[in-house]
Design a protein around this ligand. Structure first.
Ligand code: PLP
Length: 389
């Protein structure tokens, strides 16, 4: 079967929604006698984007129902059972799913809280490994390795930089990252160890200088994947993050009441919102957290600072969290649960606690997405301890 020009994500989003809501495919992809595609390109491309390994084809446009489970969509979630990996690339995608763990300290009679630990990704110890890998691989698929200068430029608050530095290291590229001055100093050292060049930009938010990075990359002929605009950011979370979370929850026989997470580019929470709201037909709420006005929490920012995908899908509510509240919640999780989580994860916990109080959330299962590990934030933890005497 031959497809004439793949449709973009925005063009097939409503078809993906339809498939998720129906729990399957309702029409076949139309082909002629030579198996050339003659109709319903949108179904083919929608299925590809959610990772279908099999697609229904027919020469007639009759109504069918092929359940999602029969399309090989869940084959993407295939961890290595013995945790042996051929190389450090497999370490990433065959390491998935990242753990989903119950948090006793936040749970109480009838209300159970689960955390998805994205700090278990191997390169940046964050959710950003997923987009670094996918955006990079897709760019090479499109342009071919020989067609690009082996140089990556990106504006990052650290994690995407570490993920792309890993891609650069593995594939023999060089990398240059532009980081806002508001971010911890340790990032320079970490990125340097990974082989990247670091440029500090005297601005607070990464989004403020993306255009300058685009311009510099254009001049140098460097590959600028641009996490803020690149639809593979959203797609990787649709195809992997959201889907694997559904598989994990299904195994645990849970339909969550809500998923709560932080927003930076809005890639992961937009994809999770889109996926869960369609797959569970509106029964799952999605809440996001953003920093209080004027406060910096690395990795997340306020919706009005400009983000793409959240406006495609919508979420139920965006909750404000202060920097100290985020740090205090991360410290509390460390002291009660024994795991060291990052500041944006702390913000998710603090936001969830606010929702519990203000929205009177009652029994059921709640999933908190923790984007990264706490080791990167020693400076902020130190500052906090010093400020409190
Ligand atoms: N938390 C951390 C630590 C991050 O690095 C990021 C993104 O950079 C986020 C949260 C937000 O993720 P997203 O860009 O998918 O909205």
């Amino acid at each position: 079967m031959k497809a004439d020009g793949e449709l973009g994500l925005s063009e097939v989003l409503s078809t993906i929604a339809e498939i998720l809501r129906a729990g399957g495919v309702l029409r076949p992809i139309l082909v002629d006698d030579d198996l050339r595609l003659v109709g319903h390109q949108e179904i083919l491309d929608a299925l590809k984007k959610i990772g279908a390994k099999l697609v229904p084809i027919s020469k007639s446009d009759s109504r069918i129902f092929i359940p999602i489970e029969s399309l090989g969509i869940y084959d993407d979630v295939s961890p290595s059972p013995m945790r042996i990996y051929r190389d450090t690339l497999e370490l990433l995608y065959r390491g998935w799913p990242t753990p989903l763990v119950g948090l006793r300290s936040l749970s109480r009679n009838g209300l159970r809280v689960w955390a998805k630990l994205e700090g278990f990704n191997p390169y940046s110890w964050s959710i950003k490994d997923r987009i670094g890998w996918y955006m990079f691989v897709k760019a090479l698929e499109k342009r071919g390795v020989s067609d690009v200068k082996r140089l990556i430029y990106e504006a990052t608050s650290t994690n995407t930089g570490l993920a792309l530095a890993a891609m650069a290291a593995i594939h023999g590229f060089s990398a240059k990252f532009y980081i806002p001055s508001s971010i911890q100093k340790a990032s320079d050292t970490l990125l340097k160890v990974m082989g990247a060049e670091v440029v500090r930009v005297p601005k607070t938010l990464t989004i403020e200088f993306v255009n300058e990075v685009e311009e510099a990359a254009r001049k140098e002929g460097a590959l600028h994947l641009n996490q803020f605009e690149n639809d593979y950011n959203f797609e990787v979370h649709l195809r992997y993050t959201a889907k694997e979370l559904e598989v994990q929850l299904r195994h645990a026989r849970i339909i969550p009441k809500a998923v709560i997470g932080g927003i930076g580019t809005s890639g992961h929470m937009s994809a999770i919102s889109f996926y869960f709201k369609n797959r569970f037909r509106g029964s799952v709420s999605v809440y996001c957290v953003q920093p209080k006005e004027g406060e910096v929490i690395p990795g997340i920012r306020r919706v009005e600072s400009g983000m793409k995908w959240i406006h495609w899908v919508g979420v139920d509510e965006v909750v404000d969290v202060g920097r100290d509240e985020a740090i205090e919640a991360a410290i509390e999780v460390a002291r009660k649960e024994g795991i060291l989580i990052g500041l944006s994860s702390g913000a998710v916990v603090a936001g969830f606690k606010k929702l519990l109080k203000e929205r009177d959330l009652n029994g059921g299962d709640y999933v908190l997405v923790f984007p990264d590990h706490g080791f990167k934030y020693v400076e902020q933890f130190n500052e906090y301890f010093a400020s409190k005497g």
